[in-house]
Design a protein. Structure first.
Length: 182
C-alpha cells in the first residue's frame, strides 16, 4: 500500500459527527482521529493476515495439484498394464505347451484375443469397425481407395484395418475403401 492509499483510506466520510465534534465547532478532535487511525490500523493488520493466509493456501493448493498431476502421469498406465497381464499370462501358457493340435492353438488364440479385447474395453479403447454401407466419417475413417460400387456414394465398402478410439479420441482411424461419388 502506498502512502497516498493510506491517506485516502484515513479520509473517510463522516456520516455523523463524533460526540466531541459538536463541542469543537464540527471538527473531530485529535482523540477521534487517533481512534479512527487505531481502528484502521487494526483492520489493516486483519486484512494483511487474511491476505497472507490466502496466499499460503493458494501455494499449498498449487503444490498439491502439481503433485497429483505428476502422480497421474507417472501411474496413468497402471490400470491398463494390470488389465494386460492376464493376456500376457495366457500367451506364455500357450507357448509353454509343446504338443498342441491346430484346434487347441486356435481355441487358445481366440480366448487370448477375447481377453485382450476385454482389457482394451475396460480401459476405454474401443474399436472403429464400420459396417459396409456406413457413411464415411473423415474423423474416424481414412479412405485408402475409392471404388465404384452399387451402394450410396461416400459410404464404406470394406474395412481394411480396424481403427480405435480412446475415450472419444481417435487413436487410429479405420482404413477403409469408399464408394465413388456420382
Amino acid at each position: 500500500m502506498s502512502q497516498d492509499d493510506i491517506q485516502n483510506t484515513s479520509e473517510m466520510p463522516q456520516d455523523s459527527p463524533a460526540p466531541d465534534a459538536a463541542a469543537n465547532d464540527g471538527q473531530p478532535s485529535a482523540q477521534d482521529w487517533q481512534a479512527q487511525v487505531a481502528a484502521l490500523s487494526a483492520k489493516n493488520t486483519e486484512l494483511m493476515d487474511q491476505f497472507l493466509r490466502a496466499q499460503a493456501e493458494m501455494q499449498n493448493i498449487r503444490r498439491r495439484s502439481e503433485e497429483e498431476v505428476s502422480k497421474a502421469r507417472k501411474y496413468a498406465l497402471e490400470s491398463f498394464a494390470e488389465a494386460l497381464l492376464p493376456v500376457c499370462d495366457s500367451l506364455e501358457a500357450g507357448l509353454h505347451h509343446q504338443e498342441q493340435t491346430a484346434e487347441q492353438i486356435r481355441a487358445g488364440a481366440e480366448a487370448t484375443l477375447r481377453q485382450l479385447k476385454s482389457a482394451l474395453e475396460r480401459n476405454k479403447v474401443l474399436e472403429i469397425n464400420p459396417a459396409a454401407g456406413t457413411r464415411f466419417d473423415p474423423h474416424q475413417h481414412q479412405a485408402i481407395s475409392v471404388v465404384p460400387a452399387a451402394q450410396e456414394p461416400n459410404t464404406v465398402v470394406t474395412v481394411l484395418q480396424k481403427g480405435y478410439l480412446i475415450a472419444d479420441r481417435v487413436l487410429r482411424p479405420a482404413l477403409v475403401t469408399v464408394t465413388a461419388p456420382k
